[in-house]
Design a protein around this ligand. Sequence first.
Ligand code: XUL
Ligand code: CO
Length: 479
Amino acid sequence: MKFKMILLLFLLALVVSTVNAEGQQTCAANLEAKCDGGSSDGWKGEFFPGISKIKYEGPTSKNPLSYKWYNAEEEILGKKMKDWFRFSVAFWHTFRGTGADPFGAPTKSWPWEDGTNSLAMAKRRMRAHFEFMDKLGVERWCFHDRDIAPDGKTLMETNANLDEVVALAKELQEGNKIKLLWGTAQLFFHPRYMHGAATSSEVGVYAYAAAQVKKALEVTHYLGGENYVFWGGREGYQSLLNTDMQRELDHLARFLKAAADYKKKIGFNGTLLIEPKPQEPTKHQYDWDAATAYAFLQKYGLLGEFKLNIECNHATLSGHSCHHELETARINGLLGNIDANTGDPQIGWDTDQFLTDIGEATLVMLSVVRNGGIAPGGFNFDAKLRRESTDVEDLFIAHISGMDTLARGLRNVAKLTEDGSLAELVRKRYQSFDTEIGALIEAGKADFETLEKKVMEWGEPSVPSGKQELAEMIFQSAL
Ligand code: XUL
Ligand code: CO
């Protein structure tokens, strides 16, 4: 009996710490008083006193707090590096990530945190965030509504909390020449969204989600956001036995159409982006991958209203490479933004690590360069420190390393472009279509009778080597 009691208490503690640690988005009951906050956030001086502005020192530098490959103002392939990347810090990972996982408590205790989810704490955290970006030299950021401001007891109170923090963010943006890459609504943390938001079986939840997105679009617009993201974390199912998939997808389409209409109504010109992910937290998420999202947009007449935000770790979860997802988005005119991160080849879930693989970064940049860049999108570091990385300077090192890796990717693409042999290999591979009959086929003017006649005339076609190993050799030589 005693053992059962201890086990019950242990499980209860685990659930409470997991819920708090995952996001700390809800005011804990015992902190009610502090949740009301005060107007002053009670923090004086710098948040990162030992760290000065991060500078480019070149590849020979041994200083971990310097850029070795990312040189913001340097021109590569006709554009400044900073304009190719338009890097962004993800507020949720960098300033709300605690290191907690389903098996363990938070590991990070940043000096500016007071353990509450109060409004005063939200403001102090926002000031720390802007100092971080300024020192890093990153000019953009992204947020979820509930990362930056605490929930109130009613939607009205929650919106008022958000307005207060957003007003401070606007002031800090102007003072630091920092822009908002995108905003989004957090439609997955609160228990009301357990069956989904736009795809919930409950009409009240659908309506609540709509009200939340309405407000998130308004504040994103107010902050001059360049994009707005829809990641449907709980828009999916755990079992088809209790799910009306057709009805849920229809609801999702109605919801997105209403969002596109509201965007126009308030004069917001940012791009609306759908972020595909195959699963986690649901067993199946409706925006499985870029091709699924494309088919959905096409079916519901939403092409032209939305583009895609491709996240590398989501790509690998769906069984594709990041390069595949980027190319699928690119060739369909849907490449809108990149959530720059990577997964772990031995782990099956969304580890959200900073991308440090130079080969992968080069493939990513091949797509971006072919696309002519991704503005008004950018590279948002939807990536977090490992649980065991607990120094404040690790936040800087992680971003520097991610930026340097992508910068190396861009430099490698410049080498490949200058060399030209990879493009030439691909051109040659398809040159049989650069003929009269090839042109007819590509123009949709070659019927089967014409082609049969050609085969009678030509006989057996010649089939040359695909030269994959040569392509790989050329690619490797640029790394
Ligand atoms: C979750 C994820 C989200 C979205 C924004 O896997 O990537 O953080 O980027 O909601
Ligand atoms: Co993401």
